[in-house]
Design a protein around this ligand. Structure first.
Ligand SMILES: Cc1ncc(COP(=O)(O)O)c(C=O)c1O
Length: 483
């Protein structure tokens, strides 16, 4: 048995560090050791349960009541707001879309007519909504944003029509950290009878204590649902989020219930059937332990980190914070106001930061339907633990910027030309598994690791026809786990 665990320890040694703040995406370290211990103990207590049936395991319903109640208070939902604990942000978003689509179908059912409803969202909305639209058969209508990832309320509102089942706004969005114009959009949606979801998967457990310029939660009339992830700034281990719905009718529309088979009645508010209660138990324990004051203190720490990093970036020539983020996400981009020779390319910067022991996240640029481009950037998720070494971080940022200043962004022109010749250009073929694997190796991306420079691969992804880029990335991920 020890031998098995030793092998797992060895495997884990190859992972990026989950604690200490050196990885500025994916992980959310509060810096409080006791939270990990508490979460482990709670998860272990709940391990044998099956979240499928709270009538058999009423502790599950009790913990859910507490977690949903806590989130509802933080997000200013009144007694009419109820909700569900889900397995994560993507599941919360999927369920918000499914619910809105089902309600839309009920009120727009025309016998014989087949109309695909639309989901309207700024281009900065999380990809989970693209996934939801694909899974639940809606057209995803991306509203173009400014180059800084800011969407104009009027642009979202002008897309609203009878075929729109749901409008999504973010608080804040992940790519640039901007807070969408929630009040204006929700009011317009409400006037037209359209559901309006606020995705605060990222910010839901931070913004309640952050100086936010405008209301963004259930205080805003017209907001019909909100998602908030406990496994992000709720500081719970992965596998837990909440979806709150305004009104029982809406919440009940989220459920799947059937008696039309030979076994036990199946009644699920979530996508899974049998599910672990451990993430719920861990989140329950952490929310009980931290309470409002605990979250406030952790948020204040993140706020100080954000201020310090923003001030430091202002002092680094050629680098800038994109837009004016609200909350714990910051995107760094090259400063277009200085000559090329002075610019800091964010993807070369992200590669260089690895040499200083820090991992910031490459985000490819996005050319939107109106031609406006949101430039490629480096994303930082700021966590409380970073406060301990923020000086070290900003020093590394300055030093790594110095290393790459003036270096032109990666240009995969030769590779792109080769791919075009092979028939994978615009309007061309989409590679199958074997061809995609050959192309990846041709691009030098047959394997990726936390240390490997990513600037070239990202530049390629940005410029390839989308179906080709998606096929390559699918292949890359699929090969990693192939036995
Ligand atoms: C705004 C936003 N929505 C949704 C998600 C999806 O969450 P998850 O990765 O937990 O599925 C994320 C993840 O970063 C996010 O930032």
């Amino acid at each position: 048995m020890n031998d098995v665990l030793e092998r797992l320890r060895l495997l884990r040694a190859g992972d990026a560090p989950t604690h200490g703040g050196r990885v500025l995406s994916y992980v959310y370290d509060s810096g409080l050791d006791e939270l990990d211990e508490l979460a482990d103990a709670a998860a272990r207590l709940a391990r044998p349960l099956n979240g499928l049936d709270p009538t058999v395991f009423p502790s599950i319903a009790a913990m859910e009541r507490d977690v949903i109640g806590f989130a509802r208070r933080m997000l200013h939902g009144g007694a009419s707001v109820t909700g569900t604990v889900t397995s994560g942000g993507t599941e919360s978003c999927l369920l918000a879309v499914k619910t809105a689509r089902d309600l839309w179908r009920r009120s727009h059912a025309e016998p014989g007519a087949v109309v695909r409803p639309r989901l309207v969202a700024p281009a900065t909305a999380h990809a989970a909504f693209i996934k939801a639209a694909q899974l639940f058969d809606l057209d995803f209508d991306a509203v173009p944003c400014s180059a800084d990832g800011v969407v104009a309320a009027a642009d979202v509102i002008s897309r609203m029509g009878d075929d729109v089942a749901l409008v999504v706004v973010s608080a804040p969005n992940y790519p640039t950290g901007a807070l969408d114009p929630i009040t204006e959009v929700a009011a317009a949606a409400s006037a037209r009878g359209i559901s309006c979801h606020v995705d605060s998967c990222f910010g839901g457990f931070v913004l309640p204590w952050w100086p936010v310029p405008a209301a963004w939660d259930f205080r805003v009339p017209g907001v019909t649902s909100i998602s908030a992830d406990l496994h992000k700034f709720g500081y719970a281990p992965k596998g837990v989020s909440v979806l709150l719905q305004r009104g029982r009718r809406r919440h009940r529309a989220q459920f799947f219930a059937t008696t039309a088979w030979a076994g036990y009645p199946v009644v699920n508010p979530t996508l899974l059937g049998s599910r672990s209660a451990s993430p719920l138990a861990a989140a329950w324990a952490i929310t009980q332990h931290l309470g409002v004051d605990g979250y406030r203190a952790l948020t204040e720490s993140i706020h100080r980190v954000a201020q310090e990093i923003r001030e430091a970036v202002e002092r680094i020539p050629g680098l800038r914070v994109i837009g004016d983020p609200t909350g714990p996400a910051i995107a760094l981009g090259a400063d277009p106001g200085v000559p090329d020779s002075q610019r800091v390319d964010p993807h070369h910067l992200a590669d260089a930061m690895v040499r200083y022991g820090w991992k910031i996240q490459h985000q490819p640029g996005l050319t939107q339907s109106d031609g406006v481009r949101i430039a490629h950037s480096a994303h930082l998720t700021l966590t409380p633990v970073l406060e301990r070494r923020v000086t070290e971080f900003v020093d590394a940022l300055a030093a790594a910027s110095g290393d790459v200043r003036g270096r032109a962004p990666s240009d995969p022109r030769a590779l792109l030309a080769a791919l075009r010749v092979l028939g994978y250009g615009e309007g061309g073929r989409v590679p199958g598994p074997s061809a995609a694997w050959r192309l990846l190796r041709l691009a030098g991306a047959g394997s990726v690791s936390a240390e490997q420079p990513m600037a070239t691969l990202m530049a390629l992804i940005e410029r390839l026809p989308r179906p080709v880029a998606e096929a390559l990335l699918t292949e890359l991920l699929a090969r990693m786990s192939e036995p």
